[in-house]
Design a protein around this ligand. Structure first.
Ligand code: NDP
Length: 612
C-alpha cells in the first residue's frame, strides 16, 4: 500500500501540439530582459542602522545574560537548525558524546524557529522533509506540515539526542581561530565565551540573513514595518493560523511575491481592511492538495521507509528512472511530463541537445498549465495576466498553494504589478509604483534572504585558520573546498551548506547526507588518533575543477532565466558556477560520497596522527 496522490486538483493539461516553443522562449527572454539590472545582488540592503532593530528576536525576553565559557568540547556545532541537528544526531549515533550546539535563536529549529508568519508551512512533502522521522518515532499529521509542527519536531530531535543539556542558545559566534599548538579551535561569542573545540561544524543555514530591497526612500517610511522572518503579531494580532484582527482597520502593503508571500498573502487578505501586494515577478503557483495522513497507510510502513521515500523523490528530481513516484506531487509532476514525452519518442537514443530540448518541452507544458490555472482562478483577467509567470519552472523556487490566487478575487485585495521594474520609491506614507502613491499603515517586507554574498558576511563571523588566514580572504577569488565540506588551511572544520555540494529541492536530504559524512569522518579521526585533518591541495584543486566543469550545463540554463537568487540575480558566470552547487545530480553526489566512505581512507584529506 502506498500513500499516493493523484493530483486531482490539476487544471486541464495543455497538449504538446498547442505549444509554440519559439514564441514562448521569445516571451521568456523579453520578461527576463526587463528585470536584468547592473547592480545584481548589490540592490539589496542589510539590516543596519535604523533597520537593525527589525532583526531582534521577538520570541525571547531581551537582555539575556550568562557567564562566559572557556571549557573544551569535542565538537562545536554552529547552528541549531536541521543541519546542526542532523550533524549532532549522526555524531551521537557514532558514539561522540561531547557535543555543543551554539544557536543564535532561543531554541532549536533554525528557519522554523525564525519564520512564524501566518500561513507558514512546508510545501515539500512532510514524509520526506522532516528529518529523522523513524529515529524520533514520529509521523507528521498532514502531507504538508505547518510551521509549528516542524518547529516542534526540531525540539523533539533536540530532546531525543540529548542536545539541550549542553546547548548555548541566544548566542552568536563572533570569531573562530585555529590554535596550531594545541590543534584546537577557539570559538568566541557575543557572551564573551572563548571555548575550545577539537572539531567545528558550521551549519549557518542557506537563508539565514534577511535582506531589504534597496528602494529609494526606504529610510523615510514612517508607518509600521517589519520583515516576514520576524512577524510582528503584537501589531497584526492573530497567529500563524491567521485571524489577524489587529489589521481590520489597517491598509497593508507587502513587497515581494516569493514563496513566503504566497503563504501569508491569503491571511493578510482575510485580515486587512485593504491589502496591496507589490509584485516584481510573479511566482509559479501549482496545486498543493494537502490532506491528513492516512493512518492505515502509516501502519504498513516497513523500517527504512523514510530513507527509501527520500531517495525515490530525489532520484526522480535528479532525472532518474523509478518504477513508482511515491510522493507524486507538483514537484515530481514535471518529471512525469518528461517521462510521457520520452515514452512517445521511438527513434532511438538522444544526444544532450535532444535531451535539453525534451526537458524544455516538458517545462513549457508544465508552465502553460500553471498559467492556465491563473486564468481559471483569478476572475479579473487583467490581474490574471500580470500574475502569470513567464520563465522556466526551476528558474525560481516553484510554489504550491491552493488559496493564494483566489485571494485576488477579494475586492479589498489588489495586485500592483511593477512590470518587472520593482517598486519605484518608498515615501513617508507608502509605496510608489509608476508614479502612483499607495499610502499604507503597515509595510511588510517579504523580500527574502541573502544568497550569493560572501559566506562570512552571511555567517556573521570570520574564521581564521592556519597562519591566521581568513576564510573570507581565501574565498575572495572563489570558493575552494573538497566536497563542499573541507577547505584547506582550516583543519578539523566542516562546512555544511549548498556550495560545491549537492543541491536538492528537499534540502534536509542534502543536510542528512552531509551529517552522515561528518559523523563518519569525526569517528574515523577519533578512533585512529588523528590530530588534524584537512583537504589536500591537489584534492581541493581537483574538486574545484569538477565543480566548474559540471556547472556549465546549469549555467546555460540559468543564463536564460529571469533574475533571482537561483542565478545570482541574473548574473550567472564562472564565479557563480564555482560558488554554486555540484552540477551533477544530487543523486550522483550522494552515491559519490557513499563510495568515498566505503573506500575508507578519507581520500583527499591530509591526516596528521597524534604523537603518543
Ligand atoms: P524570495 O527571495 O523568494 O522573494 C523575494 C521577493 O521580493 C521576490 O518576489 C522579489 O521579486 C521581491 N522583491 C525584491 N526586491 C523588490 C523590489 N525592489 N520591488 C518589488 N519586489 C521586490 O524570498 P521568500 O522569503 O519568499 O522565499 C525565500 C525562500 O525561502 C524560498 O525561495 C524557499 O526556498 C524558502 N521558502 C520555502 C517554503 C517552503 O514551503 N518550503 C516557504 C517559504 C519560503 P523578484 O522575484 O523579481 O526578485
Amino acid at each position: 500500500m502506498t500513500q499516493k496522490d493523484t493530483n486531482s486538483g490539476s487544471s486541464s493539461a495543455p497538449q504538446e501540439s498547442e505549444i509554440d516553443a519559439d514564441k514562448l522562449n521569445e516571451k521568456y527572454r523579453e520578461e527576463r530582459d526587463k528585470r536584468i539590472r547592473d547592480d545584481g545582488n548589490e540592490q539589496y540592503l542589510q539590516f543596519e542602522d535604523q533597520f537593525a532593530q527589525y532583526m531582534d528576536d521577538p520570541y525571547v525576553e531581551p537582555g539575556f545574560k550568562r557567564a562566559p565559557l572557556s571549557d573544551e568540547v569535542d565538537v562545536v556545532i554552529i547552528g541549531g537548525g536541521f543541519g546542526g541537528l542532523l550533524a549532532a544526531a549522526r555524531l551521537r549515533e557514532a558514539g561522540v558524546k561531547d557535543i555543543r550546539v551554539i544557536e543564535k535563536g532561543g531554541d532549536f529549529g533554525g528557519t522554523w524557529y525564525w519564520n512564524r508568519y501566518p500561513g507558514i508551512a512546508c510545501d515539500i512533502e512532510s514524509y520526506i522533509y522532516l528529518p529523522l522521522l523513524e529515529e524520533v518515532g514520529y509521523m507528521p499529521v498532514e502531507k504538508y506540515s505547518k510551521g509549528d509542527e516542524i518547529f516542534a519536531h526540531s525540539q523533539a530531535i533536540g530532546k531525543k539526542y540529548d542536545l539541550y543539556k549542553d546547548a548555548c542558545f541566544q548566542t552568536e559566534v563572533t570569531e573562530l581561530n585555529w590554535d596550531e599548538d594545541f590543534a584546537r579551535w577557539t570559538v568566541e561569542t557575543n557572551h564573551g565565551d572563548k571555548m575550545r573545540a577539537r572539531f567545528v561544524c558550521m551549519s549557518n543555514g542557506p537563508l539565514n540573513k534577511p535582506k531589504l530591497p534597496g528602494i529609494p526612500g526606504i529610510q523615510e517610511y514612517k508607518g509600521h514595518a517589519f520583515h516576514t522572518s520576524r512577524w510582528d503579531y503584537d501589531y497584526t494580532g492573530g497567529d500563524m493560523y491567521g485571524k489577524l484582527d489587529g489589521l481590520k482597520d489597517k491598509v497593508v502593503g507587502i513587497i515581494g511575491t516569493g514563496a513566503t508571500a504566497v503563504q501569508c498573502v491569503p491571511h493578510l487578505g482575510e485580515g486587512a481592511k485593504e491589502l496591496f501586494v507589490f509584485q516584481r515577478t510573479p511566482s509559479s503557483v501549482d496545486f498543493r492538495n494537502n490532506k491528513p495522513t492516512d493512518t492505515q497507510w502509516a501502519e504498513t510502513l516497513e523500517p527504512g521507509w523514510h530513507q527509501h521515500r527520500m531517495n525515490n523523490f530525489n532520484s526522480l528530481l535528479s532525472g532518474g528512472f523509478e518504477s513508482e513516484d511515491l510522493v507524486d506531487d507538483g514537484w515530481t509532476d514535471i518529471v512525469g511530463n518528461m517521462m510521457e514525452l520520452l515514452k512517445k519518442k521511438t527513434d532511438g537514443a538522444m544526444d544532450i541537445d535532444a535531451l535539453f530540448g525534451m526537458m524544455e518541452k516538458a517545462d513549457h507544458l508544465k508552465m502553460e498549465e500553471i498559467r492556465g490555472r491563473v486564468e481559471g482562478e483569478v476572475a479579473n483577467q487583467d490581474d490574471a495576466a500580470v500574475l502569470k509567470p513567464y520563465y522556466r519552472q526551476f528558474c525560481k523556487r516553484p510554489c504550491f498553494h491552493d488559496d493564494y490566487l483566489a485571494t485576488y478575487n477579494k475586492p479589498s485585495v489588489h495586485i500592483v504589478d511593477t512590470d518587472g521594474k520593482g517598486v519605484e520609491r518608498i515615501t513617508e506614507k507608502g509605496v510608489v509604483v509608476a508614479g502612483v502613491e499607495y499610502p499604507v499603515d503597515c509595510l511588510i517586507y517579504s523580500t527574502g534572504f541573502e544568497v550569493g554574498t560572501a559566506y562570512t558576511r552571511r555567517a556573521g563571523y570570520e574564521i581564521y585558520g592556519r597562519g591566521g588566514i581568513s576564510l573570507g580572504e581565501k574565498w575572495d577569488g572563489g570558493i575552494a573546498t573538497l566536497h563542499g565540506l573541507h577547505s584547506r588551511g582550516f583543519p578539523n572544520l566542516f562546512i555544511m551548506g549548498t556550495a560545491q555540494t549537492a543541491f536538492t529541492a528537499n534540502y534536509p536530504h542534502a543536510l542528512s547526507e552531509q551529517g552522515i559524512n561528518i559523523a563518519y569522518t569525526v569517528k574515523h579521526a577519533i578512533d585512529n588518533d588523528i590530530r588534524t585533518l584537512e583537504a589536500s591541495e591537489a584534492a581541493e584543486a581537483k574538486w574545484v575543477e569538477t565543480i566548474i566543469s559540471k556547472a556549465r550545463m546549469g549555467t546555460r540554463f540559468f543564463e536564460a532565466c529571469t533574475p533571482g537568487y537561483y542565478n545570482n540575480e541574473g548574473k550567472p558566470g564562472e564565479r557563480s558556477g564555482q560558488d554554486g552547487f555540484y552540477g551533477g545530480s544530487s543523486d550522483e553526489f550522494f552515491r559519490l560520497m557513499k563510495s568515498w566512505r566505503e573506500e575508507g581512507s578519507l581520500e583527499g584529506l591530509e591526516l596528521e596522527v597524534a604523537q603518543s
